[in-house]
Design a protein around this ligand. Sequence first.
Ligand SMILES: Cc1ncc(COP(=O)(O)OP(=O)(O)O)c(N)n1
Ligand SMILES: Cc1ncsc1CCOP(=O)(O)O
Ligand SMILES: [Mg+2]
Length: 247
Amino acid sequence: MTGHQNTSESSGEARARSVFDPADLLLYHVTDGALSAPRSVPDVVEAAVDGGVTMVQVRGKDLGGAEFLELVQAVATRVGSRVPVLINDRVDVYLAARERGLAVAGVHVGQSDIPVSDVRAICGPAAIVGLSAAQSTEFDAVRLLPEGTVDYIGIGAVHTTSTKPDHPEPLGIDGFRAARAWCPVPAVAIGGVRVEDCPPLLAAGADGVAVVSGICASSGDPRLAATQYREALGVGSGSASGEGTNP
Ligand SMILES: Cc1ncc(COP(=O)(O)OP(=O)(O)O)c(N)n1
Ligand SMILES: Cc1ncsc1CCOP(=O)(O)O
Ligand SMILES: [Mg+2]
């Protein structure tokens, strides 16, 4: 993990741009409370990071602001010094977490969330800002933004998935390849990504894979699941235990 040491600065100070490391995208776990049950999301996330997850996004679509912030605090306290912890959708929760001094690295938004240029303006240059996109017009819109507005793109859904019932039309591996070729920044593949999809997705240009159910709903062992994804991604076992330990 490199360059998301942005938590000790107060929000009023000038912030140096973080050096976002696309290698952190390799195995990106997006949380899901219902799929993680009966285990807690922080327990699942910690096990997944022990197994080699390189980045985490806290996603809690059914949570109110206070509950979501508590979840972010629990996750950031457990793993925020080991891997970048991003917040799904909620710029306000990211800012509140930062004000609490928590180790949060940035925000991920989609096409119908707060516009990504506003997210960058609000969060500042040190935040990692991710965007969902799948269409060439959406990638072209990113090209028109000032450089550095979007650090990475989540391209999907690759396959149909019940984790996000409102996901866009599945791209398949070939569709992902075509989208990735048009994408101007580093990109992860998301949506129904299973272990066996990892080699073809890397060959199709993915910088990594973003996985929900494949890690948190995997027969009770998120650590083992993470190690299996890592094997398929060609990096074997290993976990982030501190600065500079990611692949
Ligand atoms: C890494 C990554 N890629 C895509 C998404 C989907 O974001 P969005 O389209 O905003 O949908 P929700 O997750 O908010 O339901 C993501 N979260 N992460
Ligand atoms: C958040 C999101 N965005 C597009 S598909 C998806 C859900 C992916 O979940 P899973 O890895 O369980 O298919
Ligand atoms: Mg969203």
